[in-house]
Design a protein around this ligand. Structure first.
Ligand code: ADP
Length: 303
């Protein structure tokens, strides 16, 4: 197991930021840590990387415990904090050399050259960091995080504040870097998780509310399902609402309606039967898959 989190609680004064959180991440996974602002994402990442102590619970990274093996453990982790702290007055190469010295990177020159190539900073390596765009500064942050070739990468909101082109570039880069690493990245953008991750852990108010492979995410929090039907003309809403097990019928487009039912009920044959009886043509009839965005909203909205 790359990361093993057991019953982690974090309390800041009166504020409980993490409430008995547990999960495990296997080697090679790219996991999206998704939650609204204030959910506890940064706190969890700071605890995993050893920047913050937990109030309770156990953490192991690559089988090592922070309390016992903090130096060795930090060698295994690359961390890109939310507010990527860079020395703006340094040149890119100079900064990476400085960082490589601090972390004791071997074959420094070769490794820096290799990392610069990997993150696409070839043309920028002799520029001042402050002269770079936010997207390129983020590349420097990623280069810094992977310089010592860690097995585990923790990326806190890596694309926040970037423009759409930069977002695509950084996502591609994370995918590339993540090929031979375990990656945990936090975000409040649902599409980010769908674009990069194989699994999503959703956190809300310090509690894990979902933990699923991306392809199964529509199966969480299902209390109802929705069937979308397009007819050839308008329907009598009263008649269709009266079908057994239909909770509601909503018009969502031209002659198109969404039927909401309990998740364990099947109403498609009844809708079709009534349509035939009333002389309506059914042009389309399909179960609407819940998208990640909807699941996220259902699980994290304030009650
Ligand atoms: P996220 O990264 O999901 O936005 P955070 O981990 O930053 O969430 O914050 C979780 C909760 O802990 C929030 O309610 C936040 O206000 C609180 N918090 C975070 N850092 C501190 C701190 N240093 N002192 C007090 N409360 C904090």
């Amino acid at each position: 197991m790359s990361i093993s989190i057991k019953n982690i609680t974090k309390v800041y004064g009166q504020q409980k930021a993490l409430n008995n959180v547990s999960f495990e991440i296997s080697e090679g996974e790219i996991v999206g840590f998704l939650g609204p602002n204030g959910a506890g994402k940064s706190t969890m990442m700071k605890i995993i990387t050893g920047y913050l102590p937990q109030s309770n619970g156990e953490i192991k990274v690559m089988g090592l415990e922070m309390a016992e093996d903090s130096l060795e453990l930090k060698q295994q982790i690359g961390y890109l904090p939310e507010h990527n702290p860079l020395y703006l007055e340094m040149y890119v190469w100079e900064f990476l050399e400085f960082a490589a010295n601090l972390t004791g990177v071997k074959n420094r020159k070769e490794r820096i050259t290799e990392v610069i190539k990997l993150v696409g900073l070839g043309k920028e390596q002799n520029k001042l960091i402050e002269s770079l765009s936010k997207g390129y500064r983020q590349r420097v942050g990623l280069a810094h995080a992977i310089l010592h070739d860690p097995k585990v990468l923790i990326l806190d909101e890596p694309t926040t504040g970037l423009d759409p082109n930069q977002i695509v570039d950084i996502r591609n880069l994370i995918r590339e870097i993540g090929k031979d690493k375990t990656v945990m990245l936090s975000t409040h953008i649902m599409q980010e998780v769908e674009a990069i991750c194989s699994r999503v852990i959703i956190i809300n108010e310090g509690n894990i509310v979902a933990d699923k492979p991306i392809e199964n995410i529509s199966q969480v929090s299902e209390s109802h399902k929705v069937v979308k039907v397009q007819f050839d003309k308008s329907i009598d809403l009263g008649k269709f609402s009266a079908i057994q097990d239909v909770i509601s019928v909503t018009e969502v487009g031209a002659f198109t309606y969404e039927f909401k039912t309990a998740s364990d009920k099947e109403v498609r044959t009844h809708i079709f039967g009534l349509a035939v009886e009333l002389g309506l043509v059914v042009l389309e009839l399909a179960l609407v898959e819940k998208q990640l965005e909807q699941v996220f909203h259902d699980l994290t909205q304030k009650k």
